[in-house]
Ligand binder design. Structure first.
Ligand code: NAD
Length: 370
């Protein structure tokens, strides 16, 4: 008998457990109504793990994360842990997961729900209906390259050095990830670098082209300098489908794209690694936002970013694209009906719903979808 796919849930700190409780409702809904049942286990990460074990990620939890089909994480951190030694800060738990699972491909969708188009700082027609995906290389490039450091320059000053370094394999594997995604979307990839001024950019362009020509000739590929890419993202973002870029440019471009869509409470993400024996990629899904200590414990958090992270898991880990569409459509429906957590309220008011009410509204919309 085939076993159920496995999911490790790490709610974490602050609003993490609150938003994750709403995702549990959605997971239960898919089990009860769509026959899609996961073997779900739950564990501690971040400050919660530090409180229990004196470490932000216990070795047993790390081992579990390596075994399951996908990990779903809430958020980590909070003022209570600000004075801890760097080595045991909550964020170290998350970084350890990303590093040991070798999650080299970071997916940040920028999707603008029509009902929220007025939240963007850009004009409605520029962002309404926007649905693009930024794929950022996450484990190499200038944030990791050697040599790095600050030295005396022996002339009375100092010099700060970081090294942008990419290998063929590092570029090819993230490029494959982008092409695979494009095939499930609108079949278009735009690769961004600075091949005009950086050798690593020339290599990036050549290797992405190689992967395209040899493995994904059916996908439309274009190249763009990253500075022009930033401009185009703000000018007319709907020209893009999948953007693939390195760690540094991806850091900037994905934040820029995120703001096209409005609230932090709406943004999901995925970090994917190499395929496992069963063909599924190593995968960690999490909202982009943090633990929001300013609203934690008050039922004010918007659970949609975390719910949409689960939709990404359905699509990218479990090949359940139609069910992911169903969940995203339910979110769209709820927003179109005017259901709003506090972060989605316009200044002139209305009454916001609680975190739990938002989760219930999504479940109610799912009920009408079958
Ligand atoms: P944050 O994302 O937690 O909060 C920024 C602002 O957005 C706050 O005003 C918050 O109330 C609001 N916000 C965030 N998520 C929301 C949601 N779902 N619904 C409604 N409002 C929401 O960022 P921060 O304040 O800079 O960091 C707080 C803590 O989170 C810090 O300890 C930081 O290190 C940590 N952090 C963790 C992650 C992560 O777990 N991936 C990411 C960023 C920050």
């Amino acid at each position: 008998m085939m076993s159920n796919p496995s999911l490790l849930i790490l709610p974490g700190d602050g609003i993490g457990p609150e938003v994750m409780a709403e995702v549990r409702k959605i997971i239960d809904w898919f089990g009860a109504n769509r026959g899609i049942t996961f073997d779900v286990s739950e564990d501690l990460v971040g400050g919660a793990a530090y409180d229990a074990h004196g470490t932000p990620l216990h070795d047993d939890t790390m081992a579990k994360a390596q075994e399951v089909d996908a990990v779903l994480l809430g958020a980590v951190g909070g003022p209570k842990y600000d004075t801890l030694d760097f080595s045991v800060k909550p964020e170290r738990g998350l970084l350890r997961l990303r590093k040991e699972m070798d999650l080299y491909s970071n997916l940040r969708p920028a999707q603008c729900f029509d009902a929220l188009a007025d939240f963007s700082s850009l004009k409605r027609d520029v962002v309404a209906g926007l649905d693009i995906m930024i794929v950022r290389e996450l484990t190499s490039g200038v944030y990791f390259g050697e040599p790095r450091g600050i030295w005396d320059d022996n002339e009375g000053g100092r010099v700060g050095v970081n090294t942008q370094r990419y290998t063929t394999d590092e570029i090819r594997r993230v490029a494959r990830s982008a092409f695979e995604l494009a095939r499930r979307r609108n079949n278009k990839v735009c690769s961004m670098e600075k091949a005009n001024v950086m050798e690593s950019g020339i290599l990036w362009r050549e290797e992405v082209q190689w992967v395209h020509d040899n493995e994904y000739p059916d996908v439309e590929l274009s190249h763009m300098y990253a500075d022009n890419g930033a401009m185009q993202l703000v000018r007319w973002p709907k020209q893009f489908d999948v953007i693939v870029t390195d760690n540094l440019f991806g850091d900037l471009l994905s934040d820029c794209a995120a703001m096209l869509t409005g609230s932090l409470g709406m943004l999901p993400s995925a970090s994917l690694g190499a395929p496992m024996a069963n063909g599924r990629p190593k995968a960690l899904y999490e909202p982009v936002h943090g633990s929001a200590p300013d609203i934690a414990g008050q039922g004010k958090a918007n659970p949609i970013a975390c719910i949409l992270s689960f939709a990404m898991a359905l699509r990218y880990s479990f090949d359940l694209g139609a069910e992911a569409d169903r969940l995203e459509a339910a979110v769209q429906q709820v927003l179109a009906d005017g259901v709003r957590t506090a972060d989605l309220m316009q200044k002139d008011g209305g009454t916001p719903v609680t975190t739990a009410q938002m989760g219930d509204a999504v479940v109610a919309a799912l009920n009408t979808s079958i």
